[in-house]
Structures are given as structure tokens and as C-alpha cells.
Design a protein around this ligand. Sequence first.
Ligand code: PLP
Length: 502
Amino acid sequence: MQYQSTRDFGKSVSAAQAIAQGICEDGGLFVPQSIPKLGWQDLEKMRKCTYMERAEKILSMFLTDFSAEEIRSAVQAAYAEEKFPGGPTQLSMLQEGACTMYLLELWHGPTCAFKDMALQLLPHLLTKSLQKIHSDQTAVILVATSGDTGKAALEGFKDVLGTKILVFYPQDGVSPMQKRQMLTQEGGNVAVCAIEGNFDDAQTGVKKIFTDTSICSTLQAHGMLFSSANSINLGRLLPQIVYYVSAYCDLMETGEIDREGEQVNIVVPTGNFGNILAAYYAKQMGLPVKKLICASNANNVLTDFLHTGVYDRNRAFYTTISPSMDILISSNLERLLSNLTSSDVQVREWMRQLSKQGRYQVDADTLKKLQALFWGGCSSDVQTKEEIRELYQTENYLCDPHTAVAVHVYKQYVSETGDSETPAILASTASPYKFADSVLQAITGSIGEKDDFAKIAELSAITGTQIPAPIAALEKKTVRFSDSCRPAEMAQKTLELTGADA
Ligand SMILES: *Cc1c(COP(=O)(O)O)cnc(C)c1O
């Protein structure tokens, strides 16, 4: 299995090269030349397997330059019981009216967000990839975060030999708990810096640094090379395919799915389009998926795109209560367009327009394909809070704002299409305790002046749910980082913090 750039199909590289490099020199993203197939029999076989066995099977189909043993040891280290007490994922069923929702809880890992599912595995894949391409350089993992990636990447890479990690986050664009999680990060190879800007500024800055030949050669001269832990890295995407297939197998195992090829809908609260792209890949592999439902918050650039075929980032940017989705440039959409058009020339042109004019329009044929696969909707903060309250009051289920966006959009989908019979798997992407402020406000109506930990304690007392241990532990940790810079200074900051400015 080889991987090629979305912007130039002429060159292809191994999985190890793609993972080590993160992004292509031409600014494109690595995509598989073809998507491997899973038949019904494979699903039948996998239904009896553990999560780790399912992960091994699926990853081995993509990572053909890795040995079975290499994949096994990486998977076992990533999803060990001490990292994910009670198992990597949990499926909670909710019945509301005619709709059956399976909430696929992906946040039982060390940082309480779904990013752990990929970022606990990525460091193992990356260090093996570096060995395979015979690199003895230190990998500098450069991360732009809208809140959760940063912490999950820091936790995954802390003290991993042969790596350094540097995280940029938007100064006012993350929740208090997300900020505290990052600023108290332990480890000898980690650094965190705030950006005076939003997530798009951070992501654009990081992409620029990756493709800046002068910075790359300065780094090289100091024995280092850049890599990425953002969802532009193939090594982030592949582990995310696993849980959709695994959830389907779980539903087969419990008998909820009892006919060959029985379809499910998959609903994903979407920002950078990584998580939903993984669901699309699962569908392309052969998982019986009817619609991929793309849920956005007030930053609804994707909702509009799926309705009109026009991607237009020239619009107001909103800071919402689901900050991990406050994104106007959804990077991984480029991978989908590559797959739908099979044209590097076309994708290159659209991406050129996006970077020059902030806008592009896909052709009618591509729009038709998009609409056959996807359904898009959005949820305002008011609707999201109502959803949190309603789920809590009627189902006794406490969910975070990102998950509530998905639930809200799923209900829109059902009411507009009447499709309530198809069971739905909804990606539940974060613990409610990461966003205690908004969640508490949603269920109690108001909160007074309290510090973050008082809010967490109150949320626990009111709902009788437990504070996740990694969040409870933050109160006693010391803040280690206070750097900040303007977007234009990110390159200089990177050289400074990696020690390559000497
Ligand atoms: C990152 C994140 C998302 C968005 O996922 P994408 O892969 O960027 O679309 C949604 N919810 C939470 C809690 C996240 O951390």
C-alpha cells in the first residue's frame, strides 16, 4: 500500500514515510492510493475480537510496511488498561421517541477527549516509522490545537525518546480546563505557546513552517526534522477508522444488528474533518453506512458547503461552547475531495483558490456525490445547551457540548428525512468535565462566580457522576508554561523552543 499527495499523484511513498513526514512538500496531504476492502465475513470474524485485535486487523491493511508484531506491540502499548480503564471505547444506548442512538464514547483515555484514541498510538507508529526510513534525527512534533489535540499529543509524546513536541493554541479559544491541562503538562521534551489569534491562524502558521525550506534546513542542521500530530498526519487518521468498525461489530455482537449488510448512520461533531473522514474511509472499506452526518456549531462552513457546493471561509468566526470545532478551514476535506474527484489537478486548484480567495466551488458532479454520502447540519450554542439539558433531564445522560451538537443535528436529520429506523452511531468526543462551565450552566440555568474546580465539584455533586481522575488531578499540578506570540512570530518561536536558533 502506497500513499500519494492529494496535490500530486506522481509521487508515492510508504506509510512509514508518510507518517514520519506528516504533510507533503507540496502542501498536500497523504492519501492511500486505494482503500482496502472489508467484507461481511471479515466483520463476522471480527465481532468476537477484542478492540485491540480489531485495531491490529484494520491497521495491518493500511500499514503494509509494518510487521504484524510491530503493529501488535504498538496497539497493546496504546490501548493498555492503565491508559483506558474499562476499555478504549464504550457504547451507550439512548432511545428518544422513534430514534435509537448509540453514543460511542471515545473519551475514556488519559486526556478525556477522543483525540487520545489516535494520539496514544501515533508516537509508537511515528518512532517505528523513523526507524524504517533510517532517520536518526529527532522528530519535532509541531501542533496547532483548538484545545484537545494539544493536550492529547503532549500526553502521547511526553518523554518519548527521539521526539520533541511543541504546541500552539489560540490564547482565548480554549476552555479553562483545556488550557490548564496543557499548561501543567509534565515531561522533558514538551513546550506550549499561546497564539494571539484563533485556531485557523495557528494551523496556517504551522502548515507554513512545515513547508518553509529555510526553517526545515536550519532544523536539519541541528539534527531534527518536523513531523505533525495534527489530523493531517495519516497516523492520526488510521486509528480513528478502527472505532467505527469496532462499534459496528459490537452492535452485531449484541444482536442489535442481525442482518447481513444492515446499515447504520454515523453522526460526527466535526471541526477539522478528521474524525468524519475516518468514518468515510470505514464506509469505503465496506462498513454498511447509510449517511455520514456532519454536525457543526455556529462555524457552519461545512453545513453550507454540503448544501451548496461552495466552500467559503470569508465569514465571521465565532468562539463557541464547543471550541474544538471552532474552525473555518477543515483540512481533511481535501482528502475527501481527492477521493471523490480522483484528480490531483482539480484539488490543487481548489486549494489554491481557498488560500488566495478563501473560497472555492465544486462542480455539480462532485456536489452530487457529496450529497449522496453526507448530510450536514449545525447547532447554535443555545440549541446545544438545550440539548445538554434535555438529555440530562429525560435520559439522565450527561454529555459535553461537542457531543450535544451531534445529538442536535441528528434530530434535525431525522425530522427532515424521516429516517428514524436506521440505527445511528454518534461519536461522543469529550468528557462533560472538560467543559464543566458550559455543562453546568446548561443544566442548572446559571452559575455564580466560582473557580474551575468548584464548578467541577458542583457538577459531580448535582449529577452524581464521577470526576475523571486526570481532571481531578489537575488541581494540584503547577503551571509550567507562559509563552505567547503573534502568528507572524511562530517560526522564530519554533526555532527558539527547539534550540535550533543557537
Ligand atoms: C477535535 C474535536 C472534534 C472535531 O474533530 P475533527 O476531527 O477535527 O473534525 C470534536 N469534538 C471534540 C471534543 C474534539 O476534541
